[in-house]
Design a protein around this ligand. Structure first.
Ligand code: NDP
Length: 434
């Protein structure tokens, strides 16, 4: 804590991982002897830089850009970019640390990194977003590359922003290096099913969890927070498998539709019009809108999927979900449940899918996008989706196996941290103190 003052989210992420690791450190003391923990929590490199850009009124704005290149034991740094006013070094370090374990869990050859800027895309014109992305990439370009560091999207960064950043990277380097960014448009090197991958993957993971208790998402009542990339495609897959999704949200409030959310309306609001979730009621006047985000967890449901942001589901919310008989909670977002909420789910026999495992589908398909770029070929949607299902099943099984090996059967929080840690730690030991 004294080494990284004021990095609350980063401390939280470190504590969550370390809390799970005692059994593996007792069984394999060489990890401690070789200083793996100390090395794991110190990023290989943190880059901070100025991002100046000119808005539509001719005014100069200055934001702060970040890239944390956290761990390259398993492959080039890989992780998304977040554009949101809350971004600071603590946020990118917490996300980067989680990314190391998550990427290891997918079994793909990728290290961990994360980045972004304290830029707020809300209310900006398309030209302003383009100028910001170009300025951001003008600096980032010198630090990344297809074999070095491969950024992708996250909150506030979708295919549009990736496109502008890719264009600027190409111009600076004078090379068409498709593999430098993932989440690209389909016309210039993107992968089919990447857009859907995190949300679909989270539902595949939920199905594996439910199956272990003889249950299924079919016929369940499901609540999803957020209405961005992860939330929309989690809802799409859940609905296609027979769930009734009754609520979703944005950062202003949430909607409840007893008839089941109409996803086409949500897509139109969020993907096309970039409007507020409240406007859902224009087409669906029988639905209800509530301002504020927390209230969404007071809705009775079988499956709860926090897919918006960190620490959005606290112990009060967990208490409500448990009292309404929730069966499974899976983290589509990164660290959305507070440590107290996680403990309550685990103590009350709620199936809990931690972010590192449950939302790993996005980065897994990003790795498949890199593979397609290297081979200069494209797989069909069905081929990618099939591989995604296999990866999510494998991720679930390795978390479960680790939980059994270390006497915490079914505790996927412990299982995910141990399984991911072991793969990274073994590679770090093999590569020496560097
Ligand atoms: P988007 O920007 O597409 O959507 C984010 C959603 O969360 C929006 O509905 C947004 O509402 C809401 N939100 C953002 N900040 C807050 C906040 N402080 N309080 C309440 N709601 C908020 O992002 P993604 O869907 O890509 O990412 C969502 C989460 O999933 C993040 O934690 C991200 O790290 C994680 N994730 C994303 C992956 C991906 O492939 N995209 C992969 C793995 C994890 P509003 O529009 O009002 O801001």
């Amino acid at each position: 804590v004294s080494r990284n003052p004021n990095e609350t989210e980063f401390h939280q992420a470190v504590a969550l991982i370390f809390k799970s690791l005692s059994p593996i450190l007792e069984k394999y003391p060489h990890y401690m002897e070789k200083g793996i923990l100390e090395q794991l929590v110190e990023p290989e490199r943190v880059i901070t830089f100025r991002v100046p850009w000119i808005d539509d009124n001719g005014k100069v704005n200055v934001n702060r850009g970040f890239r944390v290149q956290f761990n390259s034991a398993l492959g080039p740094y890989k992780g998304g970019l977040r554009f949101h006013p809350s971004v600071n070094v603590s946020i990118v370090k917490f996300l980067g640390l989680e990314q190391i374990i998550k990427n290891a869990l997918t079994g793909q050859p990728i290290g961990g990194g994360k980045g972004g800027a304290d830029f707020d895309p809300k209310g900006k014109s398309d030209n302003e977003i383009m100028r910001f992305c170009q300025s951001y990439m003008s600096e980032l370009a010198r630090h990344i590359g297809p074999d070095t560091d491969i950024p992708a999207g996250d909150i506030g960064v979708g295919a549009t922003e990736i496109g502008y950043m890719f264009g600027q990277y190409k111009k600076i380097r004078g090379n068409f290096e498709a593999g430098v960014l993932t989440g690209k448009g389909l016309g210039y090197g993107g992968s089919l099913a990447r857009k859907e991958a995190t949300g679909y993957g989270a539902i595949y993971f939920v199905e594996e969890m439910l199956k272990s208790k003889g249950l299924s998402i079919l016929g369940s009542t499901t609540v999803v927070s957020g209405s961005g990339n992860v939330a929309i495609y989690a809802m799409e897959k859940a609905i296609s498998l027979g769930a009734k999704v009754v609520a979703c949200s944005d950062s202003d409030g949430f909607i409840y539709d007893d008839n089941g959310i109409d996803l086409d309306t949500i897509k139109e609001i969020k993907e096309v019009k970039k409007a507020r979730i409240e406007t859902y009621l224009i087409k669906h006047p029988s639905a209800a809108y509530f301002s504020g985000c927390n209230g969404i967890w007071g809705i009775p449901c079988d499956v709860a999927l926090p897919c918006a942001t960190q620490n959005e589901l606290d112990s009060e919310s967990a208490k409500k979900l448990i009292s309404h008989g929730v069966k499974a909670v899976a983290e589509g977002a990164n660290m959305p449940c507070t440590p107290e909420a996680i403990d309550m789910f685990l103590e009350n026999d709620v199936l809990f899918g931690p972010a590192k495992a449950a939302n790993a589908g996005g980065v897994a398909v990003s790795a498949l996008e890199m593979a397609q770029n290297s081979m200069r070929m494209s797989w069909t949607f069905e081929e990618v989706d099939e591989k995604l299902q296999q990866i999510m099943k494998g991720t679930y099984e390795s978390c479960l196996a680790a939980s059994i090996e270390f006497e915490a059967e079914g505790n996927l929080e412990i299982g995910s941290n141990i399984a991911g840690f072991k793969r990274v730690a073994d590679a770090m030991v093999a590569q020496g103190v560097i």
